[in-house]
Design a protein around this ligand. Structure first.
Ligand SMILES: Nc1nc2c(c(=O)[nH]1)N[C@H]1C(S)=C(S)[C@@H](COP(=O)(O)O)O[C@H]1N2
Ligand SMILES: [Mo]
Length: 314
């Protein structure tokens, strides 16, 4: 029995992320943020349930663009385990049980095992990162995530020289994930990254957004965020991390290999077979924007793909 509630135990009605967030912004502007960050490193989830994440430092990787409204970030989602409609996850994800939660680490590493969420999170200081997220369907958002670099987590498991890729799996639980009773995708949802992509400092393990724990529809209690790739690479509600030698077969590639390749870097030059990828609708805006190479993160990540044909490796 644990007396410490994890953020995902907290009913969304107990928190008002937008007002909490505004409050925190005021604190940060007053220059009082740093003391909170030190506190947070100790026991991030033992704090008052009303403000699970206060005083976080904002990562220098953040973009300085206006953030998508909280109601859209949490009300317009893709999480096929809870239905294929954009409003289905917010309506249905309450059945997801996020506590207890554990992550099983397998494959080419020295420290495989099953780790509780608390074990996973304990050594990591959380920070806020405001990232663009661009869905392959042609819409985008700007989201203030809370998390820590995936690289720091991976290092703890000591991957061997044979670990060329990392494969991730979402929970499989058809009782509580009604979308899994239909075979729209092969379950569990699988995604993967090449090791250098996984170790890139932009690649984030997220546990919150807008100052509070991840809502279930956004992939509670822990998810990946890879900001230069199409949104579907950012797998939600992760229960398995596997270090492998062969390139993983992701659920989307398996479903439609001509449409969703392994790399799935945001690339306005390579159309989806059924639509252009030249522009996108930023949710909340009226006019379309031009889609940027690597979703605007080219300066940081283009070198990962030097010498690769990005039309072939789409
Ligand atoms: N397990 C799982 N992860 C998933 C998905 C999904 O259906 N199942 N959808 C993906 C897609 S297509 C997108 S665009 C993003 C959306 O994240 P958001 O709803 O938090 O904005 O989650 C990704 N992660
Ligand atoms: Mo997506």
């Amino acid at each position: 029995m644990t007396l410490i509630r994890t953020p995902s135990d907290i009913d969304p009605s107990e928190i008002t992320p937008e007002s909490v967030y505004r409050e925190r912004r005021r604190f940060m502007q007053a220059g009082l943020a740093l003391s909170g960050a030190a506190l947070l490193g100790e026991a991030p989830f033992a704090q008052a349930t009303v403000t699970p994440f206060t005083g976080l430092t904002r990562s220098a990787f953040s973009v300085d663009e206006s953030q998508t409204e909280y109601k859209d970030v949490t009300g317009y989602n893709n999480f096929y385990e809870f239905g294929t409609g954009k409003e289905d996850p917010a309506a249905n994800a309450h059945t997801l049980r996020t506590s207890p939660w554990s992550v099983t680490v397998e494959g080419e590493c020295a420290k495989p095992g099953t780790y509780t969420l608390e074990d996973i999170l304990k050594p990591h200081a959380l920070e806020e990162r405001i990232y663009r997220l661009r869905c392959v369907e042609g819409w985008s958002m700007v989201i203030p995530w809370i998390g820590f670099p995936l690289a720091d987590l991976i290092k703890r498991f000591e991957p061997t020289g044979n670990a060329k890729y990392v494969e991730f799996e979402t929970l499989r639980d058809p009782e509580r994930m009604p979308g899994q009773r239909r075979s729209v995708l092969h379950w569990p949802y699988v995604e993967g990254l090449r090791m250098d992509e996984a170790m890139h400092p932009l690649t984030l393990m997220a546990v919150g957004l807008y100052g509070a724990a991840l809502p279930k529809q956004n992939g509670a209690p822990i998810r990946l965020v890879v900001p230069w790739k199409y949104g579907f690479k950012s797998i939600k509600s992760i229960v398995k991390i596997r270090f492998v030698e062969q390139q993983p077969l992701s659920s989307w590639t398996r479903a439609a290999p001509d449409e969703y390749g392994f790399y799935s870097n945001v690339n306005p030059e390579v159309d989806h077979p059924r639509w252009s990828q030249r522009s996108e609708r930023r949710i909340g805006e009226f006019l379309k924007r031009k889609t940027l190479m690597f979703n605007g993160y080219a300066e940081q990540v283009a070198s990962l793909y030097a010498g690769m044909d990005l039309r072939k490796n789409f």
